[in-house]
Ligand binder design. Structure first.
Ligand code: ATP
Ligand code: MG
Ligand code: MG
Length: 550
């Protein structure tokens, strides 16, 4: 597996280094702290950090916090934690808001060069004047204010002399440009809002499209990698770098966004799921957030392998979530201890096993990795099996337990179903079986064969556990249309199933985030939030089987 597969961005970097256009590589990951990071951000993180790592460059973590209304320090802290957890160390840690003074003076520079003006049109009027793809825009009546007047008005904007929306500062470019982004874009707006970092120091804030190129240039970023929807912004990005007379000249390069089937990768939508109570917080295990995936049990290695395998291209497609699951299984296959857990228990009494006796059986911790050793599991007269491993009137080809049938208990003995005990309503509450001591696992018994092997947990020492099983959060394969407002109607009402069962007695000491492969059920993670002294809570990460082929 090539750790640095060829891709068009890497090729640009290699060319730049070879031709001497650049003598170093500086990238940045620039999240806006208005929500938690999701799997799409992981792609951007991996691209930026891997690229700098490969060419001995550096990567900054920069919070793009130019919109005080939506941003919060809670998000700043969560983002830092997620980037670290993915295994990356940033070189510089910056906030766009730390550059506000510098940005302000660059805007003043534009005014002085006759390249920016204060406009009194309302937001609606500005939109109306902007024109369309087929129609040129109209110039604002305030467009030709003198430099002196603009300087004075802009300073008054900063001093708080105007209400929100009363005035804006616009770049003076070309109202008939075929690129609508160049039709005098707004570069400063008034917002009397407390900022998470600068408090009440500012009541004017730079627009993202103006701020971003300045941030990149101030940090000497060489390759400013962003998603494809910013392609039309590139001419303005270059305009800002040039006319603001920035020493450094970063290059913007766009790639296709990552979207996954059966989920959403947009902070705005994820926020809605959180705020409207569809999920239990940003780190709900059903969420495609980094923190949700981590809590579900995903490893940073699995996420990075997945993202690297996807590669980098200009076009985005929706990727099958099963591919992410595939990488999770691959990562845990040799790492996770195997164990048994019964998630929907049915009591079995082994009537010919001595009462009061408990024996300890040896079981491999991971048969694919013998060095992991063996664990001890209890066996006695009473055990639990899975309710659906028994059927009173089974269909043909049902090889598990039914009256008169014999099955193998994994790591233990053959048992044969002799009697079915029901309650007054006819519900099966207990099965009576006999066991055959000759058939003990590991003794090499070949006397006869059985077709079914089932798992079980000894009843007197069993540790109670809660199992959380997940189905897709969004009932939509295709995904994801940014404007799709109906996605809330596609939220799966059955995305979470909670069951109470038992696990092996040796599981008493498990720690949050420990991961196991439960025989026949799949990979599970010990939930770090819900697990308590009274109860272990397991989240299913993935089931064992998949039809997915890479
Ligand atoms: P969202 O719409 O989810 O808020 P965003 O692009 O506004 O996404 P930012 O916080 O600005 O979120 O993102 C930081 C970086 O991560 C940006 O460079 C952005 O392009 C990148 N990014 C965000 N979403 C994806 C995605 N789905 N796939 C790849 N990169 C992404
Ligand atoms: Mg953004
Ligand atoms: Mg956004």
């Amino acid at each position: 597996h090539n750790p640095n597969p060829a891709n068009f961005i890497r090729n640009i970097v290699i060319d730049d280094l070879n031709t001497g256009k650049r003598d170093k590589v500086i990238t940045r990951f620039p999240p806006e702290p208005n929500g938690y990071l999701h799997i799409g951000h992981a792609k951007s993180i991996v691209i930026n950090f891997d690229l700098a790592d490969e060419f001995k460059g550096t990567t900054n973590l920069r919070f793009d916090d130019t919109n005080p209304l939506k941003e919060d320090t809670e998000f700043v802290e969560a983002i830092k934690e997620d980037v670290k957890w993915l295994g990356y160390d940033w070189d510089g840690l910056f906030f766009a808001s730390d550059y506000f003074e510098e940005m302000y003076s660059r805007a003043v520079l534009l005014i002085n060069k006759g390249l920016a003006y204060v406009d009194d049109l309302s937001a609606d009027e500005i939109r109306e004047y902007r024109g369309t793809l087929t129609e040129p825009g109209k110039e604002s009546p305030y467009r030709n204010r003198s430099i002196e007047e603009n300087l004075e008005l802009f300073e008054k904007m900063r001093n708080g002399d105007y209400e929100n929306g009363e005035k804006v500062l616009r770049a003076k470019i070309d109202m008939s440009s075929p690129n609508i982004n160049l039709r005098d874009p707004v570069i400063y707006r008034i917002s009397h809002t407390t900022h998470h970092n600068t408090g009440d120091k500012w009541c004017i804030y730079p627009m993202y499209a103006f701020a971003h190129p300045l941030e990149d240039a101030m940090e000497d970023v060489t390759h400013s990698i962003c998603t494809i929807e910013f392609e039309d912004q590139r001419p303005f990005y270059n305009w800002v770098v040039e006319h603001c007379e920035m020493k450094s000249q970063p290059q913007q390069i766009e790639f296709g966004r990552l979207a996954l089937t059966n989920t959403v990768t947009s902070k705005r939508k994820l926020k809605q799921l959180v705020e409207e109570g569809f999920v239990d917080g940003w780190d709900d295990p059903r969420m495609p957030t980094i923190s949700g995936l981590r809590r579900k049990g995903y490893t940073a290695d699995a996420i990075k392998s997945f993202v690297r395998e996807l590669g980098v291209s200009k076009t985005a497609g929706t990727v099958d979530t099963q591919m992410l699951e595939h990488f999770m299984r691959e990562d845990l296959k040799l790492k996770a201890p195997r164990t048994m857990g019964v998630i929907d228990p049915l009591k079995v009494v082994i009537t010919n096993y001595p009462e009061g006796q408990v024996e300890m059986l040896d079981a491999e911790i991971n048969p694919e990795v013998p060095e992991m050793g063996i664990r001890q599991i209890a066996f006695s007269r009473e055990i639990y099996i899975e309710r659906d491993d028994f059927m009173e009137n089974p269909p043909a080809k049902y090889h598990r337990l039914f009256p008169g049938n014999e099955v193998r208990l994994k790591h233990a003995y053959f048992i044969k179903c002799e009697e079915v005990i029901k309650d007054a309503d006819g519900k099966v509450i207990e099965i009576h079986c006999t066991y055959d001591p000759e058939t003990k696992s590991g003794t090499g018994f070949t006397g006869r064969k059985v077709k079914g092997t089932i798992h079980w947990v000894e009843a007197t020492q069993a540790v109670p556990a809660e199992f959380r099983l997940f189905e897709p959060l969004i009932l939509d394969e295709t995904n994801e249309d940014e404007e799709d407002k109906s996605f809330l109607e596609k939220v799966n009402p059955h995305s979470l199933e909670v069951l109470n069962g038992f696990v092996e007695t040796n599981m008493k000491e498990v720690q949050p985030q420990d991961k196991f492969q439960f025989f026949r059920h799949g990979y599970f993670n010990v939930d770090p939030k819900l697990t308590s002294a009274e109860k272990i809570v397991f989240n299913r990460i993935v089931s064992l089987k998949s039809s997915f082929k890479l």
